[in-house]
Write a protein of this length. Structure first.
Length: 189
């Protein structure tokens, strides 16, 4: 979001984030409220506020080698707490998208595999069909036995359906087609 308070940092990465997400990280004044409210920050190598600062400084290597954006769960306490109305969750997404556009390998490949498996599953079934998603994820990661016990427990409690419902699947596919055409248009603009 552009504003009268914008301070240009000259960082190409900050510009890429702005163009991808509409979020201007140069509004950040490092109050640290985003980091204080993040429930996962204890697992992150750089706190959300530190990652924002690194983007402002154009420290591409640090940002793309960080695990922070891949651990982000898009839960948004950071976004709601930011006094400068920077949508940090969207910034995290924009950094991941920028990394993928630049063909930079994710620092946590399992998360990228999960995202791909989940999106492909939702595109096909209209909503998450967990069993197919788990199979697709296992085929991507070759980690066939991880969380098997948890999966069995969920199955026994009836939390995993054997068949997808396909309810509203055509609407979901329409959304995917629309997003793809917007992305294409943005790339050629
Ligand atoms: S959206 Fe990401 S960065 Fe923000 S609080 Fe949630 S996990 Fe932390
Ligand atoms: S809450 Fe907003 S202003 Fe404060 S450090 Fe985080 S991004 Fe910057």
């Amino acid at each position: 979001m552009e504003s009268a308070h914008t301070v240009a940092s000259g960082s190409k990465l900050a510009e890429a984030v702005l163009s991808e997400s509409g979020q201007n990280v140069n509004l950040c004044y490092q109050c640290g409220k985003c980091a204080a409210g993040c429930p996962i920050s204890y697992e992150m190598d750089y706190k959300p506020s530190q990652l924002i600062h690194a983007i402002r400084l154009g420290m591409d290597d640090l940002v793309f080698n960080s695990k922070t954006m891949w651990l982000c769960s898009a839960c948004e306490p950071c976004t709601t707490r930011c006094p400068q109305e920077v949508d940090i969750a969207r910034v995290m997404d924009a950094v991941k998208i920028t990394a993928m556009r630049r063909r930079i390998k994710p620092t946590i490949p399992e998360v990228a595999s999960f995202n791909k498996a989940a999106l492909s599953n939702i595109k096909t079934c209209g909503r998450m069909f967990e069993i197919a998603m788990i199979v697709a994820l296992k085929l991507r990661t070759f980690d066939f036995f991880k969380d098997m016990g948890l999966g069995m427990k969920m199955f026994m409690k009836g939390k995993l359906k054997l068949m997808p419902s396909f309810t509203g699947a055509w609407k979901t596919r329409k959304i995917f087609r629309r997003v793809k055409s917007i992305e294409k248009r943005n790339q050629t603009a």
